[in-house]
Design a protein around this ligand. Structure first.
Ligand code: HEM
Ligand SMILES: CC(C)=CCC/C(C)=C/CC/C(C)=C/COP(=O)(O)OP(=O)(O)O
Length: 298
């Protein structure tokens, strides 16, 4: 009997851990950290100091996780109306809003103190600004107000390469801004492809995403134009001498495939084209940053 009770307790405990982890959007944070690592590596020709790298990644990861948890908290009523987000811990009632707020505050504070004390105040404040940009500016205001929400809000998610760069050098460099621009121009095709696929969800929840306010045809045109812009932006690291030929070939190949998806989505869509493009967008960004890294060290 006692064993059954303690097993239940254990099960209860482990389920809660999984739910707290889900609040932090771990796969998104993993990608943000990859872009931050690349920012760190590209900022120097030398080896990275481990005593800066570790607290920098921990601090950026914790503050991103805190921002994601606040997004879950603020959006809990919207999330309850959409099939994709209905099973999240808050709409399901498996975590209370108060607990989520405490969790997010603890994570955010811990991350900030780590960055401030062990990295540098510049990185701590820039990460804080990104956290506010996503959790407050995007989630509380822009998301509910304008179809340009993700374009402007995308700046917060694009910041980590700069955060990685400043963590190592304590200064804002033009090359770091180029990396930010890559993620910034990648965000609209990344998200709008998903929004086209999930248009009904957003309409039901009354969130003014572009396909809801301007229709899916207009959104597909915007996706295509942003993908062209992304292709041009991705040439800049080569043109300014930040990256070499390996990067040029790799990034151009990735962008040609991405453009292929955008073209197909606009002119010859099949049932799953929008979702396939969204899935590819994640591979695209991941490989783009891996190529930047390989190019830097070869
Ligand atoms: C305003 C900016 C952004 C918006 C609105 C956005 C939106 C979304 C949404 C709604 C999903 C969930 C898809 C699903 O549940 O199937 C998603 C997934 C994802 N996003 Fe974004 N995104 C943004 C920026 C970013 C950035 C900057 C990164 C990383 C650098 C990123 C990386 C990812 C990854 C890795 C996934 C897959 C997560 C998973 O499989 O659980 N996103 N994005
Ligand atoms: C400190 C720092 C770098 C902060 C950035 C944090 C962060 C987690 C950015 C990711 C952007 C993202 C996943 C937006 C989706 O929100 P959504 O509400 O539109 O998507 P949802 O419906 O899936 O919740």
């Amino acid at each position: 009997m006692q064993t059954i009770t303690s097993n239940k307790k254990l099960e209860h405990h482990s389920i809660k851990w999984r739910e707290y982890l889900e609040l932090t959007k771990p796969r998104v944070v993993a990608m943000l950290l990859l872009t931050a690592v690349v920012g760190m590596c590209l900022s120097t020709q030398g080896a990275l100091p481990v005593w800066t790298l570790v607290p920098a990644l921990a601090g950026i990861g914790l503050m991103s996780g805190a921002a994601a948890a606040i997004n879950h908290l603020v959006d809990r009523h919207i999330d309850a109306k959409m099939a994709r987000t209905l099973r999240r811990p808050l709409p399901q009632g498996s975590l209370s809003p108060k607990r989520v707020l405490t969790f997010a505050t603890a994570l955010g504070l811990l991350g900030f103190v780590m960055l401030y004390a062990w990295v540098n105040p510049l990185t701590a404040w820039l990460t804080f600004a990104s956290m506010v940009g996503y959790a407050v500016v995007y989630t509380m205001f822009l998301k509910r107000a304008t179809p340009q929400n993700i374009v402007i809000g995308g700046l917060a998610g694009a910041a980590p390469p700069l955060l990685g760069w400043t963590a190592i050098t304590n200064e804002i460099h033009g090359f770091a801004i180029l990396l930010v621009m890559i993620v910034f121009t990648w965000t609209p095709p990344h998200f709008w492809a998903l929004a086209v696929h999930r248009e009904k969800d957003y309409a039901r929840a009354k969130v003014p995403m572009l396909p809801v306010t301007h229709g899916s045809e207009f959104t597909k045109t915007c996706i295509f134009l942003y993908t062209v812009l992304l292709t041009v932006v991705c040439l800049l690291p080569y043109l300014v001498g930040m990256s070499g030929v390996l990067y040029l070939i790799g990034s151009t190949a990735l962008n040609l495939v991405f453009l292929g998806y955008a073209w197909k989505l606009k002119y010859a869509p099949e049932k799953n084209t929008a979702y396939s493009m969204f899935t590819f967008s994640i591979w695209h960004l991941m490989l783009m940053f891996v190529i930047l890294l390989v190019d830097h060290y070869l």
